[in-house]
Design a protein around this ligand. Structure first.
Ligand code: PLP
Length: 394
């Protein structure tokens, strides 16, 4: 018998049932309106959801081309860059990571990658799959990479073509300073690559000012757009490196020299078909970016900082301790108190309050919670609600 999910009560009952697969009637799809306060995705506004539901255009329709151009222009604003080659890769944040790696690395190239959490580890893996010889700069999960450790590694591996680092390590909540490391990498002639999946639109990030040569992000964190696109940006210097490649980019789908003819236009100004762009996701991203513009990027960043102080005050008053010494504002990673059942607490928050918080990743599994206050979900109401709910459940 199919389970009909018709009331709030039913949704709670179904959502808390163990892994048994429940057949729903397709017409009954009715997801709960959760308050998404985990590591992402974050809650999406009705305005963005409405944009997503607008009529689908063709990917070469002049109207759509204009929508895409506007989306790229809005992305330049949020990345704070003049880079022409700034566009949303079709795919989630991992597609952005792979886009940078496959285009900038050739087999046998050396790369320096910082690993102090899950996503630095993924960068290493992705770059090794490109045939690169990857040297790591490591620190403990929860710690940042110091300027000194980065400078030492750069001196030890002067032949590295690029230096890659995660700005906001979502697995630990650590907020990585970038400016001095960028300078050291450039002084050694390396490209400086940054993962900004969790920082874009919620933390200060200045691509041009900070000398970032290539960067990727995601839509589902501080931009509060559903997951599905990965904004990327390449400096002219990075594009020159791509042009000088001796070997073909291993991925056809993510080859920037081919994507350029669609996103930026070819020599005659036309748009060449490469793959069918995710039309409705572009509408959603454009709307989400317009909302950032309306709020003002600086105000948005300040809102995340203010809500972090409010949340942090409440969590610490409950005796919870932060994992990282340099905490992100939008992702608050705290140790689970001794004797507390991780899954039971998260399940109760979901079932009783419709609040999702994140579990720990990798070595942090069972030891930490990750509480996100990202974009549309970063409000006084949500901060106070999650604090009250946690207090009650604990
Ligand atoms: N990098 C970081 C820092 C992330 O937090 C994530 C996802 O949470 C990713 C990369 C991968 O993004 P996605 O899951 O959207 O593919």
């Amino acid at each position: 018998m199919p389970v009909l999910i018709s009331s709030r009560e039913d949704r709670r009952r179904v959502s808390t049932q163990p892994q048994t697969f429940q057949m729903t009637q397709y017409s009954q799809l009715n997801p709960a309106e959760r308050i998404l306060m985990g590591p992402g995705p974050s809650s999406v506004s009705n305005r963005v959801l409405k944009a997503l539901a607008s009529p689908t255009l063709g990917h070469l329709d002049p109207q759509y081309v204009q929508i895409m151009d506007e989306t790229c222009a809005l992305l330049r604003e949020v990345f704070q860059t003049q880079n022409k080659m700034t566009f949303p890769v079709s795919g989630t944040g991992m597609a952005g990571m792979e886009t940078l790696a496959v285009n900038l690395l050739e087999p046998g190239d050396e790369a320096l990658v910082c690993v102090n959490g899950a996503f630095g580890g993924r960068m290493k893996d992705v770059m090794e799959r490109c045939g690169a010889i990857v040297h790591t700069v490591e620190s403990a999960w929860g710690e940042i990479i110091t300027d000194e450790a980065a400078a030492e590694a750069i001196a030890a591996h002067p032949k590295a073509k690029l230096f890659a680092i995660v700005h906001a390590e979502t697995s630990t909540g650590a907020h990585q300073p970038l400016i001095n490391i960028s300078k050291s990498a450039h002084d050694a002639g390396m490209l400086f690559l940054v993962d900004s999946v969790t920082s874009l639109g919620g933390h200060e990030l200045q691509v041009d000012e900070w000398g970032i040569d290539a960067i990727y992000s995601g839509t589902q964190k501080n931009l509060s757009c559903p997951p599905g696109l990965s904004p990327v940006s390449f400096s002219d210097r990075a594009l020159e490196v791509i042009e000088e490649r001796k070997t073909k980019v291993k991925s056809w789908y993510l080859d920037v020299s081919m994507l350029r003819d669609y996103y930026m236009g070819n020599a005659s100004g036309g748009r060449a078909y490469h793959h069918t762009a995710p039309i409705n996701m572009t509408y959603a991203l454009r709307e989400a970016l317009i909302m950032v513009r309306e709020e003002g990027l600086e105000n948005r960043i300040a809102r995340h900082a203010e809500m972090h102080q409010r949340l942090r005050g409440g969590l610490e008053a409950m005796g919870l301790k932060y994992v990282p010494s340099h905490s992100l504002h939008n992702l608050n990673c705290v140790y689970i108190p001794d004797g507390t059942e991780d899954a039971a607490v998260r399940s109760r928050l979901l079932a009783e309050y419709d609040i999702e918080i994140g579990a720990g990743l990798g070595p942090m599994a069972g030891k930490a919670w990750r509480i996100g206050i990202m974009g549309h979900a970063c409000t006084k109401r949500n901060v106070d609600l999650v604090l009250a709910a946690l207090k009650e459940v604990l």
